[in-house]
Structures are given as structure tokens and as C-alpha cells.
Design a protein around this ligand. Structure first.
Ligand code: FES
Length: 80
């Protein structure tokens, strides 16, 4: 299965982390540390799952991900 990100009805090509992929598609979301510490880049995940490139230390709920240090595992849908 191809790795893709769905966001606001758009299909976002995966280029690096989810945060980087969104930015390269012209979508700006809040971020600070970009290293999995602060939790500012947290988004809810509607479907799918992710793999973390570095261990996430920022606080998040079970249905949330840190976009700055994660990549999709297959197809993932992120909430705005
Ligand atoms: S920007 Fe700090 S955890 Fe993602």
C-alpha cells in the first residue's frame, strides 16, 4: 500500500514527515520544536496509523499524533 496523507479532502504526497509533507503542499500547521517534545504539532488522526521517526515525548491522546516526527504507515487521514 502506498503511503499517503488525506487532509481536508486533499491527498498529500509524502515527502519526509507528515508536517513536512503538509508544508510542501502549502498547508501550514503550528509547530515549534519539530523534534517530538513540545506537542504543538499534534493533530487528531481519523484513520490509519503512523510510524515515528524519533520517539515522541510530547503529550498526546490515543487518537492524536505528533506530525513533526511521524510518517504514514499506508494511508492516514489527519483532521484539520
Ligand atoms: S513541533 Fe514540537 S512536538 Fe512537534
Amino acid at each position: 500500500m502506498q503511503n499517503i496523507i488525506r487532509y481536508e479532502g486533499r491527498i498529500i504526497p509524502v515527502v519526509g514527515t507528515i508536517l513536512e509533507s503538509l508544508e510542501k503542499s502549502g498547508i501550514s500547521i503550528e509547530s515549534q520544536c519539530r523534534g517530538g517534545f513540545c506537542g504543538v504539532c499534534t493533530r487528531k488522526i481519523r484513520s490509519g496509523s503512523v510510524v515515528y521517526t524519533t520517539e515522541p515525548l510530547g503529550f498526546m491522546d490515543d487518537d492524536e499524533i505528533l506530525t513533526c516526527c511521524s510518517v504514514p504507515k499506508g494511508e492516514v487521514e489527519i483532521e484539520v
